[in-house]
Write a protein that binds this ligand. Structure first.
Ligand code: BGC
Length: 373
């Protein structure tokens, strides 16, 4: 009996210790993510301003929604704003967030270099800034950067073309045309570098030929990643260089929206899927692009899981607001001309019709019904 009582006393003491330690852990390290009570207490009702570029493309709608939902689940108040690709509107939105007492700003910029002044205001007021997907250039007012491996996206696009065309095996020559993203978006440059890192040797050897001769970034870039601009440029290329029956084998597109513009131009010029339709790449695994991949109108895209990116970004927000270190995996690649921004790079995944099911459906990103499977 005595022994039993002793045992019970020891067990009770043990439980007390566990309980106290548990509480301490909860308030001190709310970043662990387990249990919803502790992080809420840590957030203290703080305000996070989330500035997104545009709702004209599906990915940014998902990015904004994911960020809002994940931050609110932790007890933060979220001011989510879209600037519809209007640089001045984004500046005003950020100014308002600062005036309204934001404790932290998350920014996916439209023009990466246009926010220097407003970000300096944030810094003056000790409001930390996290760059979301797109690096904020020419400023030291940025603490962390959550993104995907942007050069890696281009490398994957290049490798897809290399494999599908059998370039390593010496096949060719193939006719190819290049499109790049917006010149004011640092990601566009990284992506393009990745594409050319893989494909340049084949251009040099003549296995890839560019009938338009347009390979320079300033010629192939697409301001604001615009579908219409891309469509117009593709129309000009077709009418300028492909009227003599020359076959177009590949079009490098850095974004699903640009791929739609390219496809519209091809369709308008009488190209037909399954006959003389070229290999067309893309990025973002938008729903329409995924359907186009299944119907043969687009060959591949790059899946960037916005759920994962939001998770990583939220851990950065928590860390800066609690004076802690978030997980980062790159301290070298992202020099914004003022500072090298500590970053977390998520991994991009190439998708074509062979792995849509595995990558996009099995992961719960889309349902079979969404993509029409
Ligand atoms: C993003 C891409 C997106 C593009 C156009 C880039 O900054 O990294 O995922 O396709 O912007 O919105």
């Amino acid at each position: 009996m005595k022994n039993l009582r002793k045992l019970l006393a020891v067990l009770m003491a043990g439980l007390m210790i566990l309980f106290v330690a548990g509480c301490g852990g909860g308030s001190g390290s709310s970043g662990s993510g387990s249990g919803s009570g502790a992080p809420k207490a840590a957030s203290n009702g703080k305000k996070v301003g989330v500035a997104m570029p545009t709702q004209s493309s599906q990915r940014w709608i998902q990015d904004g929604a994911n960020m809002k939902q994940k931050l609110e689940a932790l007890g933060y108040t979220v001011d989510l704003q879209y600037a519809e690709d209007d640089v001045q509107a984004q500046v005003s939105q950020l100014e308002n967030m600062i005036t309204n007492g934001a404790n932290c700003l998350v920014v996916a910029s439209i023009d990466s270099s246009a926010l220097v002044n407003v970000l300096a205001q944030a810094k003056q007021q000790n409001i930390p800034v996290v760059a979301y997907d797109r690096l904020l250039m020419d400023t030291d007012s940025v603490s962390y950067y959550a993104t995907f491996d942007n050069k890696g996206v281009g490398v994957e696009i290049g490798k897809y073309i290399e494999t599908k065309l059998g370039l390593k095996e010496g096949k060719g020559p193939y006719n190819i045309e290049f499109f790049a993203g917006s010149p004011d978006d640092n990601n566009a440059h990284f992506l393009n570098d990745g594409v050319f890192e893989v494909l340049k040797p084949y251009l040099d050897k003549g296995q890839l030929v560019v009938p338009s001769g347009q390979t320079d970034f300033n010629t192939i870039c697409t301001l604001r990643w615009s579908q219409e601009t891309a469509q117009k440029r593709m129309e000009d290329i077709i009418s300028g260089y492909y009227t003599d029956g020359k076959k177009l084998d590949v079009v490098v597109s850095p974004f699903d929206g640009i791929s739609y513009g390219i496809a519209a131009a091809l369709q308008g010029a009488g190209y037909q899927v399954g006959q003389n339709w070229p290999l067309i790449t893309g990025q973002d695994a938008e729903l329409m692009a995924t359907k186009n991949i299944l119907s043969g109108k687009q060959s591949m895209t790059i899946f960037k899981d916005t759920r994962l990116l939001a998770d990583k970004c939220v851990t950065m927000v928590q860390a800066v607001l609690e004076g802690k270190q978030p997980e980062i995996n790159d301290t070298k690649s992202y020099n914004n001309h003022k500072v090298v921004v500590p970053s977390y790079l998520c991994t991009p995944v190439p998708v074509d019709k062979d792995n849509v099911q595995k990558v996009l459906i099995d992961s719960g990103y889309y349902t079979k019904a969404d993509v029409g499977l």
